[in-house]
Ligand binder design. Sequence first.
Ligand SMILES: [Zn+2]
Length: 286
Amino acid sequence: MRWQKGRRSQNIEDRRGRPGRGRRVAAGGGLGMVAIAVVAMLLGVDPGMLMKIGGGLIGGGPSSQAPAPTSAQQDQQKELVSVVLADTEDTWRAIFNQMGRQYSEPNLVLFSGSTDSACGYASAAMGPFYCPGDQKLYIDLNFYSELQHKFGAPGDFAQAYVVAHEVGHHVQTLLGISDQVQRAKRGVSEAQSNDIQVRMELQADCMSGVWANHAHRSRNLLERGDIEEGLTAAAAIGDDTLQRKARGYVVPESFTHGSAKQRQSWFFRGLESGDINQCDTFAGSI
Ligand SMILES: [Zn+2]
């Protein structure tokens, strides 16, 4: 990716080295958990589902120990992340303008280990996620190390895809899609609810592809090998790939993010067209 000369976003909140309060409070007497349960009741959701509503990048969480990135590597990743975030701002502002809407920019929180979010306590083990409650993306840069070493998806474009996917969830929130999805999931079976969730995740993958299309057409950001990196990352964090790795077999009804093939094909659809109208994952078969 030719990102080094790109504009840096101002919307980065760097909380690395500052652990979230949730862990200490919870350990002291469960107040953190009570607070989460209260928030959950207010939102009308099962507390266990709280973190899922934000729409993380992966089903389940990475748990193995990948080598921690050095601080120089992390600083470079922070630069990359702020360029990609800035590029998504330019892309989505233009697309929203065309739709006669206004795009409000999300913040991106960099944290290490754990932090607090409006969706509850966030730990690195959950992987990157977006919280609609505060309209912020949360990324622990160690995840990039796992993406490379555990999921076998190295490269700067793989890292960019992660940011663009979470921004996709922000776009869904702004367009009211996330609310519709939450409503649709009430009172349906777990399998149906998972199906809706998969469609939501695949749409975020498609939107990530839409961003890549615009970034390349307008700012010539992509270079040889980038698309392959994105596709490798999309496949590496498909539910089937993760389940096969974790338990040796695959249970499609339990998918919450889509299979490797689905994630690749929706990313590619957004990438080829650059058109969010091509990202209607809720109609028809996926
Ligand atoms: Zn997601």
